[in-house]
Design a protein around this ligand. Sequence first.
Ligand code: ZN
Length: 343
Amino acid sequence: MLTKQDLVRNEKYLKLNEDGAFVIDNADDLEIIDFHTHMCNALPLKYIDPNSKGNKLTYPTLPAVEKIDFSVPYWTKEETKINRKGLLPIIRYGLNAYDVLQDMMKGGTYDNCFKSQGDNQIGINVILPLSTKKCDCSPEALKIVADHPNRFVAFCSVHPDDSEMKEKIVRYKALGAKGFKLKISELELKNDFTSLITLFKTCYEAELPVILHTGAIPVDQERTSKLLYKYLKSTRVELFGRLLAELPKDFVFIFGHSGISEYKLVAEYLKKYPASYAEVSSQSQQSISYLIAEVGSQRLLFGSDWPALPQAITLSRVLLATEDNKTARAQILSKNAKTLLGL
Ligand SMILES: [Zn+2]
């Protein structure tokens, strides 16, 4: 059976720490800002104290070792002929999403965060709260920065249907939020993007960069039920990319995850909209190299999606993709983020 140890043996920048977790293997001095992270108290559902101790992370988002393929986005071997018809696959996706959120809620603590920052040479985590219509997690994200100002930067997150959307965004900006994050789907918006455009315009006026979860995993439409297909495609890149036509040319929009499997489409939007960025969590060495070749390295941002994913995996992909380009490496790891965040 393949083990994690087998997996890292041929990986130049990846190793296991004393707990068997993926960490980077690198001796050079690096300045790193992780542009895409979460914390247990800035997630919807219920409040968890980030000072909790002893909670272990299990990363249920990661595929099983034998299914890992680092050469593709999301690092998951393409499973041909996988059948996603019927109710069971929907239930399985639902349960996995629940597991992922539970793991993030349990393991997204200060202890685990500082350990991961230390293991991976990361100076600052940008905290992206995940607000829903019922739960605004922005104050918790701001509290994290108040607790540890040298280790974190906070974004705010307000649902487009929040009746105080405008006032809140202005207030959070005044309280120190450096940007705006949202995870929303076509299903939730019922295919009406009017409120989202209004929200984008509010962020533009408040001079806050906006990052959205964008992208989908590859799905074989023939072998997937209609409902699951719609769900899996409900955050696809074009849904949000096409909205940029409605906004000023200098609106700063960041494609979270670089669109996962849709990174080539993200590159097209970056060419069309010069103020847009791509954050590379879950990408491969090959896809990051593709983005650098197509759009340059000035608008790419390293992010990991910790604690959903280990910080080291995307980070080691960036190091591989920038092996012969130290300028690009510095830009992607921290320089571009510093410019965007005004640090
Ligand atoms: Zn995330």
